[in-house]
Design a binder for this molecule. Structure first.
Ligand code: DX5
Ligand code: ZN
Length: 249
């Protein structure tokens, strides 16, 4: 078990109690309506400053897109980069949301948990062992997320409803930032919500101030936005505008 980084845990708690407190803190953050800026579109030469900008505007969940060159063509970010901003995010009361677009996700989850991930999401298409991987993520002390591609039916998650905390509906085909929101997505998000009941429903891809509202109405509460935040001249103002459109904190 890696060392956990309890969110808001007082110093005198036992490790077990601190772990419970950390998990509660994570659940609270992911239970609210949130816009999660994706650093994929950030200026990596000043990553810490970019994260501070959006957290200063109210962001509490920082989304990290991990791509392996196999599940999707590009290679992006590894645990080293996640770990480099983890303290900054946690000290500001936030959480690290890792989105694995990789094959064999079960082989990488421990490294991301050690790097400070609070939630780890992988793709239903990436492994035949969905529930084993979800349970392994929870055993590492993280929230467990299950993502589905646009071409994957919502029923792909139906046997995992009690094993996952977050269900992430891709609203573009994963692999790149800056793509257009798939217009049929709101209907799919609604059907996903009906299927999973209490779990957090996230949407990822093409989310901006005009598309956020359409998926908010269908029950999504976690809105991942990359280029619409960090591609804007003023990321803090862009974050605030999307949060307002989504009805988020
Ligand atoms: C896409 C990634 C997204 C990406 C979103 O494969 O999973 O998180 O950063 O970028 P935008 O908001 O630009 O569509
Ligand atoms: Zn993502």
């Amino acid at each position: 078990m890696p060392a956990l980084r309890p969110l808001d845990a007082p110093n005198d708690l036992t490790v077990e109690a601190a772990t419970d407190t950390a998990t509660r803190g994570r659940r609270e953050l992911f239970a609210g309506k949130r816009v999660a800026p994706s650093i994929l579109s950030a200026d990596f030469s000043r990553l810490g400053a970019q994260v501070e900008e959006v957290m200063g505007a109210g962001a509490r969940i920082i989304h990290i897109d991990v791509m392996d060159g196999h599940f999707v063509p590009p290679i992006t970010i590894g645990p080293l980069v996640a770990g480099s901003i983890a303290d900054l995010v946690h000290d500001a009361g936030g959480a690290i949301d890792v989105h694995l677009m990789i094959e064999r996700p079960d082989e990488q989850i421990a490294e991301f948990a050690k790097a400070g991930a609070d939630c780890i999401t992988f793709h239903a298409e990436a492994t035949p062992h969905i529930n084993r991987t979800l349970n392994a993520i929870r055993e590492l002390g993280c929230l467990a997320g299950l993502a589905i591609n646009p071409g994957t039916p919502v029923t792909a998650v139906s046997e995992s409803v009690n094993d996952a905390d977050v269900f992430l509906c891709m609203t573009v085909n994963p692999g790149w930032g800056g793509q257009s929101f798939i217009a049929d997505s709101p209907d799919k998000v609604r059907r996903l919500g009906e299927l999973v009941g209490a779990g957090t429903i996230g949407v990822d891809g093409g989310i901006d101030r005009s598309t956020a509202g359409s998926v908010a109405e269908t029950g999504a509460t976690l809105f991942v936005a990359g280029s619409a935040v960090f591609g804007a001249g003023d990321p803090a103002a862009a974050y605030a505008a999307i949060a307002e459109a989504a009805g988020a904190a």
